[in-house]
Design a protein around this ligand. Structure first.
Ligand SMILES: Cc1ncc(COP(=O)(O)O)c(C=O)c1O
Length: 397
C-alpha cells in the first residue's frame, strides 16, 4: 500500500512537543486566543517575511475575511478561475459578491493573464458594480503569475487576494527578488486543513498581509468585530484560530522547510522517471518554485492509469474532476459546458499521484514503474495487428 499522504508519520515527529503544549493550554485553560495563537502568527510571519499574519478558523474564512476587509461587498464581482477547490468561489459568495471566472493557462494550470486582461477590457460585467478584486489560485502549490496579474489589477484598480491555500513555502520572483507565495498581493490566504503541506489537527487558516489597515480589519472581523470586550465596530464572525491548532502548527512549521525540500526531491525523481512517457508533467516556470502540495500528471489515459495504480494499492486522486463553472452549487452564475475549455480539459485529464515528505525513493520508483508499465502495455495492445473492427475495439479504451 502506498499512501497519498502520511499524516501519522508527521505526527510521530511532533507528538512530544504538541503534548507538552497541550498540557500547558489545559493548565491555563486558554482555549480561546491563548499564547500559542500570537506565537504561531509571529513565527509564520517571519517564515513568510510579511508584516502581519492573522490566524483564522479555516482557509475559507481567510478568503472571506480578506475580501470583506479589502472592501468587497454585494454588487461587486471577484474574478477567479474555475480550476480550484469550491471554497475559492464560496468565499466570494459569502462576502456577498459574485464569482466571475477566467480560464487557466494550459501549461501551468494557474490563471491565464491574457484571459484576465480580455475580461477586464471587455467591460461585460455580470453584476452591478463590475469587478472589485481578483483571486489568483496557487494551484497544487505553484504560485500564479502574480507579476502580470498585479499589473493588470493595478491598471484596473482591483485588489489582488491570493489564494495560497495550497502554497505554504512556495516562492516566486516579484519586484526582482524571490518572495513567498501569499505575500505579494493585498493579502494571501492560507488553509491549514490537515492534508496541506502545513496542516493542523482540524480546521485552521491564516491571512498574510503587509497592509496594516487590512490586517486590523481582518483581526476585528475574525472576533465579532471587537474593539474591546463588549464594544464592536463591525458585525464580525466567530472565525478565530483555535489555540490547540496553533500549538500543532507551531510544531509543524519548524519542520515545513525540511518537509517541502523532500517534496521537491520527490517531484524531481518523478520527473526523471516519467519524462520519457507520454504523460504531461507539471510545468514549473523559471520564476516560480512550487511547494508540490500535489504532484499532478495529465494524460488522455488518466482513467486507465488511475485504475492500475489503485489495483496496485497505490492511492491517487483527481483535483478536480468538475470545474467550478459546472458545479451544481454555482449554476445560478449561468455558465455552460464549453465556456472554459482549458479548465474542462484539465478536469478530464489530471491525476494526482502520491507525494509527501515521508515517502521513500522506493515508493516513488514503484508508482513510476506502475505508470510506465500501464502505458507500455496499452501501447503494445494498440500496436497489435488489426484483425477486424470488432476485435480492435476491445483493445482500445
Ligand atoms: C485552493 C483552495 N482554496 C481554499 C481552500 C479552503 O480551505 P479550508 O478547507 O481550510 O476552508 C482550500 C482547501 O482545501 C483550497 O485548496
Amino acid at each position: 500500500m502506498i499512501k497519498f499522504l502520511d499524516l501519522a508519520a508527521q505526527n510521530n515527529e511532533i507528538v512530544i512537543d504538541v503534548e507538552r503544549a497541550f498540557a500547558q493550554i489545559h493548565e491555563t485553560t486558554s482555549y480561546i486566543d491563548g499564547p500559542p495563537v500570537a506565537a504561531f502568527e509571529a513565527a509564520f510571519a517571519e517564515f513568510l517575511n510579511v508584516r502581519h499574519v492573522i490566524g483564522v478558523a479555516s482557509g475559507t474564512d481567510a478568503l472571506r475575511l480578506a475580501l470583506i476587509a479589502a472592501g468587497v461587498s454585494a454588487g461587486d464581482e471577484v474574478i477567479t478561475v474555475p480550476m480550484t477547490f469550491i471554497a475559492t468561489a464560496s468565499a466570494i459568495m459569502q462576502a456577498g459578491a459574485t464569482p466571475v471566472f477566467v480560464d487557466i493557462d494550459p501549461a501551468t494550470g494557474t490563471m491565464c493573464p491574457r484571459a484576465l486582461q480580455r475580461y477586464v477590457e471587455s467591460r461585460q460585467w455580470k453584476s452591478a458594480n463590475g469587478p472589485r478584486a481578483i483571486i489568483p489560485v496557487d494551484l497544487y502549490g505553484l504560485p500564479a503569475p502574480m507579476n502580470e496579474i498585479r499589473e493588470i489589477a493595478r491598471g484596473a484598480g482591483l485588489a489582488v487576494i491570493e489564494d495560497a491555500c495550497q502554497a505554504h513555502g512556495a516562492r516566486l520572483t516579484c519586484d526582482g527578488r524571490w518572495q513567498m507565495a501569499g505575500t505579494v498581493g493585498a493579502a494571501g490566504c492560507f488553509s491549514f486543513y490537515p492534508g496541506k503541506n502545513l496542516g493542523a489537527w482540524g480546521d485552521a487558516g491564516a491571512v498574510a498581509t503587509n497592509d496594516d489597515e487590512l490586517a486590523e480589519r481582518v483581526r476585528r472581523l475574525r472576533n465579532h468585530g471587537r474593539i474591546s470586550h463588549y464594544a464592536h465596530a463591525d458585525c464580525g464572525y466567530t472565525a478565530r484560530l483555535d489555540t490547540m491548532q496553533a500549538a500543532v502548527l507551531i510544531s509543524k512549521l519548524k519542520r515545513l522547510a525540511k518537509w517541502n525540500a523532500r517534496r521537491r526531491e520527490i517531484a524531481s525523481l518523478y520527473r526523471q522517471r516519467l519524462e520519457s512517457t507520454e504523460v504531461d508533467l507539471p510545468l514549473e516556470p523559471a520564476d516560480a518554485e512550487s511547494c508540490y502540495h500535489l504532484f499532478v500528471i495529465r494524460s488522455a489515459r488518466r482513467d486507465l492509469i488511475r485504475a492500475s495504480l489503485l489495483e496496485q494499492a497505490i492511492d491517487c486522486g483527481i483535483h478536480y474532476p468538475v470545474p467550478l463553472h459546472l458545479q451544481p452549487a454555482l449554476r445560478s452564475l449561468g455558465y455552460q459546458e464549453g465556456d472554459f475549455p482549458v479548465s474542462e480539459h484539465w478536469a478530464d485529464t489530471v491525476l494526482s499521484i502520491p507525494i509527501h515528505a515521508h515517502m521513500s525513493d522506493g515508493e516513488v520508483e514503484q508508482v513510476s514503474r506502475t505508470i510506465e508499465d500501464t502505458l507500455a502495455r496499452q501501447a503494445a495492445r494498440t500496436d497489435e495487428p488489426d484483425f477486424g473492427a470488432e476485435e480492435s475495439s476491445t483493445h482500445t479504451d
